[in-house]
Write a protein that binds this ligand. Sequence first.
Ligand code: NAD
Length: 331
Amino acid sequence: MCFKKKIKLYLGDAPGALRRRLRSYKQVFVVYDANVEAWLPKLNLQEKPVYPVVATEENKNIKTAYEICKWLLEQGADRDALVLAVGGGVTTDIAGFAAGIYKRGIRYANVPTSLVGQVDAGIGGKTGVNVSSFKNMIGLIRQPEFTWICPALLGTLPEKDFLSGSAELLKTFILEDREAYEDAVDLLSAGRREPDAYAALIEKAARIKARIVGKDEKESGLRRVLNLGHTYGHAIEWYQHVHGDEAPLTHGEAVAVGMVKAAGLSEERGYAAPGLASKLRDDFRRCGLPVDFPCPEQDLEEAVSKDKKAEGGRIQFVFIEKIGKVRIHKL
Ligand SMILES: NC(=O)c1ccc[n+]([C@@H]2O[C@H](COP(=O)([O-])OP(=O)(O)OC[C@H]3O[C@@H](n4cnc5c(N)ncnc54)[C@H](O)[C@@H]3O)[C@@H](O)[C@H]2O)c1
């Protein structure tokens, strides 16, 4: 299916069907997450030139992108080549960025293997790398040829990474689909982890993200709703990094806490009816997600006010009116 701005998704194929999506590409170079190596034969990629990436935030840097470019050059990748990124958000972000700078930009496509990747990172064309501890400071917005979403690949995803993705799944439904939100809470709180059980929800969430990005690729307006929960989520991540927290919340977990905060602020401003924040707290808890700040809230203000400065004094904050409807307003 195709949206404005060429956001192309292939949804629900079995692993073996990837081969047919690649038929029209003469040269395919696979950049993959070393943790998903076992999937390569099932995806029929074992015969292609492959480059493993160690998927950590520390490794998501310009040096790794440079090494990928060097490898592409050694392999003889020409201007018509396709870089196929197979992995979670770290891998698709780095590989898409490397493709964007190699020979001034060659094509790339994403095969996201994490839940974060399938409902968020693999869709929408944001690619990039970190600069020391600052996330995604160098990057490009450049759409992939396609994003190929195969829920079966989640079968080997560790529980903590599944939970991280589940927060992004819930976030997407809070934006515009109450029914899907309740279905997701039911599945998650029942402890269900079979990828098949989530296939329809992943498809819905992927389509929502693609539709939003298709309308506002460069984040000049609508795309900002995707930042729901991220103002305080990022502040938590920053705080944990600065304080060398040994068991930090994952990105998704931090966003879950940020969404509960956003619900509380929405009630305080009268944008939402009383009870929204306690509903989210209850739902998220049942899903195994954290709901409380891991540090005193005032300690996060430094990070939040940095964001404020970056946005000229007042943050465009995503408030929740009710599940399925949000609004952007200055904080
Ligand atoms: N480009 C965007 O629009 C966008 C959006 C959201 C997040 N991101 C970025 O994505 C990253 C987070 O994504 P993530 O949570 O996928 O992180 P990740 O790529 O680090 O994957 C999480 C962990 O799961 C492992 N993994 C992935 N798929 C697996 C599988 N099928 N089986 C076994 N292990 C598997 C990885 O090796 C890693 O250890 C961050 O760097 C974030 O900045 C980008």
